[in-house]
Every structure is written in structure tokens, then in C-alpha cells.
Design a protein around this ligand. Structure first.
Ligand code: ZN
Length: 371
């Protein structure tokens, strides 16, 4: 924290938060008023950080002068709700967008998380493809479209995580027997032996039995079917999704098959946002709407944030043009989730769309890591 006040006042302010600041630099201690870059330089020196690895959350527009002089990327937190003067240096993001303290804190904390994250790795695994009518998947769409079925491996010093697991291998031979004729009428399956999630992991020398956590975005067959191949993981799912899946009536309505997810894994049911490792590097984000408890995953890489949207956003155009699929569980909730993704993107995150074939061509596949 860099603050334009006395040591005593800063100590009082720090005591009012539950934030464990590594470094507090006050104007009094630095001997310079905040529009000067030196307090920021002092803070960086004490953090042993370079400006380009940090983010500064400015509480007043005037703070931007000092920070910008040393190239410190800045979010402006609109603390007191006044229009900024016209001549301030442009902040990287207007953190007036941060309406929640946790978002603000996550950004303020980014420099620390980034340090931990240098060792967080993200890999994309393609577990088959489906082809279906674009019009069903996106309002106004025409023709057929091929949908990649992604799963992601995240390697963190404290554990290995899969985000979604693709389809059950039975879909390689007789998809109708596994998912029902209703679904095979809508989609043609292109899913071959060797493309199931366990084989994809084995191909990059990762043992499926050594995956610690599965985060399922939701319980549709193309996201949870491979859970059966990952025997020792703990599942982390939104409580609402779990409850919808375990209730026979709502499971039938949503097209959930209990055989995909009720397999004896240890299950952690979460409500809303959930930080998997406690360092803000891998965080479940509720993006309900597609299903009752859909969630996305934010992964903080050294290069910045990646948000694995899953079916909160099938395609790039879903986000850009707000074109929803024909069938959703809760239309308004889905629009709210799209808004959230748009805000994350505006703040610098890269959004990874759920089933966008064009987008998918730009995503490096394992064993290459996403950087
Ligand atoms: Zn899907």
C-alpha cells in the first residue's frame, strides 16, 4: 500500500482491513507527496518487484501521476465517486467497475499472486468434437457447426486440476446408448479412441489417477462424461448444480445423467466464488444461467488472467452480440453471466469460449502450455 498520509493514520487504515499488506509506504516515510513517483519506487523496491509485474489500484485520480511516471499499470478505483480531471494519465482499467471488494482486492493482490503463478500451467485438451445446428446454439445462427469438446489441465504447485472432462468413452462406439436418442438426433459425434480425457493426459505423461481436483463447469454429458476416468479426484461443483443433478425430476429436465457424476468421488459443493488454492490463482466463478449452477474458472497466468467460460459462452459471438442459445435454464441469469465475462474481459482477462471452433484453432494444444 502506498498512502499519502502519516505513519499513524496509515496504521489505523491498515487495521480497518483484513488485508495483510506486505509493504506500506506512507508519504511521511517516503518524504515525497504522492504525485511524485518515488513512493511507488520505494514500494516496488521493498517488494523486490518491477513495475511491469505489478498492478496499482489508485484510490484517487491524482495517484495516477506518480504511478504512471514509472510505468506501473494502474486500475483507478473510483473511491469517492467524482469525475476524474481531464488531464490524468489513462488508467489500464477504470476500477469503478469493481463494485465488489473481493474484485478490488483480487486486482490489488495481483502482483503477489503473479509471483506464485509463475509456476501455474494451463493446458488445453481436445476430447472429441460434435456437429450441430448453429441456430439452436446461437440465436440467428444458420447451418451446421463443428464444436470442439475442451478439457483443461491446470498444474499448480499444490495440485493438479481438470476443468471439465469431456464425454464418456462409450460415446466413441454407441453414443445413443450413452446419451439418449434425443441428443444423437441433435449432434453427430466425432470422438475416437485416444481422445478421451484419460488418454489425452497419458499422452502428455500425466497419470489420470494423480489428478487431485475436477472442477466441473456443469453436468451436461460433454463436460462431465470423463469423470469416470479420473478415479481419485475431488469434484468441486456449485451446490445448485449438484442439487439439480441429484433431484431426479430436475436432472431429467436439464438432461443430466447421474451415471456421469455420482460415481463416489469426494464432492465439495460450493456457493459462488471459490479460490481453490487460497492465492487467487485458480478461482471458480459462478456463471449460472446455462444450467442452475454453471461455473467458469479463472486461471491467473504470468501473462494475465484467462477465464475458461465453458457453456456460459459457447462462441465469441455469444459475448459480442449477446446471442443466447435457444434453450437455457435461466435467460436473465445467463445475460448477467455474459455481462460478468464482458467486465472481466474489459479488465484485461482473455475469455476462452466453450465450443468455438474458430477460436479453438488459436489455442495451443497440450503438450504445449497456454501462455
Ligand atoms: Zn457443452
Amino acid at each position: 500500500m502506498v498512502t499519502n498520509c502519516s505513519e499513524a493514520l496509515a496504521a489505523t487504515a491498515v487495521a480497518c482491513t483484513d488485508i495483510d499488506f506486505d509493504v506500506v509506504v506512507t508519504a511521511e516515510r517516503a518524504g515525497y507527496y504522492k504525485p511524485d513517483p518515488r513512493p511507488y519506487e520505494q514500494a516496488l523496491a521493498e517488494l523486490r518487484m518491477t513495475a511491469n509485474r505489478c498492478v496499482f489500484v489508485a484510490g484517487s485520480a491524482y495517484d495516477l501521476f506518480g504511478a504512471s511516471k514509472i510505468g506501473l499499470p494502474t486500475f483507478w478505483h473510483d473511491r469517492i465517486g467524482i469525475e476524474p480531471p481531464p488531464n490524468i494519465p489513462e488508467p489500464l482499467a477504470h476500477a469503478g467497475r469493481c463494485t465488489r471488494c473481493s474484485t478490488w482486492y483480487a486486482r490489488a493482490n495481483q502482483s503477489r499472486a503473479k509471483e506464485a503463478d509463475l509456476s501455474v500451467k494451463l493446458f488445453a485438451l481436445t476430447c472429441g468434437r460434435l456437429t450441430g445446428d448453429l441456430g439452436r446454439l446461437m440465436e440467428g445462427g444458420e447451418g451446421r457447426t463443428e464444436l470442439p469438446i475442451p478439457a483443461y489441465l491446470i498444474e499448480h504447485p499444490k495440485g493438479r486440476v481438470l476443468f471439465d472432462t469431456g464425454m464418456h468413452p462409450d460415446c466413441q462406439h454407441d453414443p445413443a446408448a450413452r446419451v439418449g436418442a434425443g441428443i444423437t438426433k441433435l449432434f453427430s459425434f466425432d470422438f475416437r479412441p485416444g481422445e478421451e480425457v484419460s488418454a489425452r493426459l497419458a499422452a502428455i505423461d500425466r497419470d489420470p489417477a494423480k489428478i487431485d481436483v475436477i472442477v466441473n463447469s456443469h453436468f451436461h454429458f460433454d463436460h462431465v462424461g470423463g469423470n469416470a476416468l479420473i478415479p481419485n479426484a475431488t469434484m468441486v461443483v456449485q451446490r445448485r448444480e449438484w442439487e439439480a443433478g441429484m433431484d431426479p425430476e430436475s436432472a431429467a429436465l436439464r438432461g443430466f445423467n447421474r451415471a456421469d457424476f455420482d460415481l463416489g468421488h469426494k464432492v465439495v459443493q460450493i456457493d459462488g466464488e471459490h479460490d481453490l488454492f487460497g492465492d487467487a490463482s485458480v478461482v471458480c466463478l459462478p456463471t449460472h444461467g446455462h444450467t442452475p449452477g454453471h461455473q467458469s474458472l479463472r486461471v491467473r497466468l504470468a501473462s494475465g488472467d484467462v477465464v475458461l467460460a465453458a457453456d456460459a459462452c459457447y462462441f465469441c459471438r455469444t459475448l459480442r452480440e449477446q446471442r443466447l442459445p435457444q434453450r437455457v435454464y435461466d435467460r436473465q441469469a445467463m445475460l448477467d453471466s455474459l455481462d460478468r465475462l464482458a467486465r472481466l474481459e474489459a479488465a484485461g482477462a482473455r475469455i476462452f469460449f466453450g465450443h468455438d471452433g474458430e477460436f479453438w484453432k488459436s489455442v495451443p494444444q497440450a503438450p504445449a502450455a497456454i501462455t
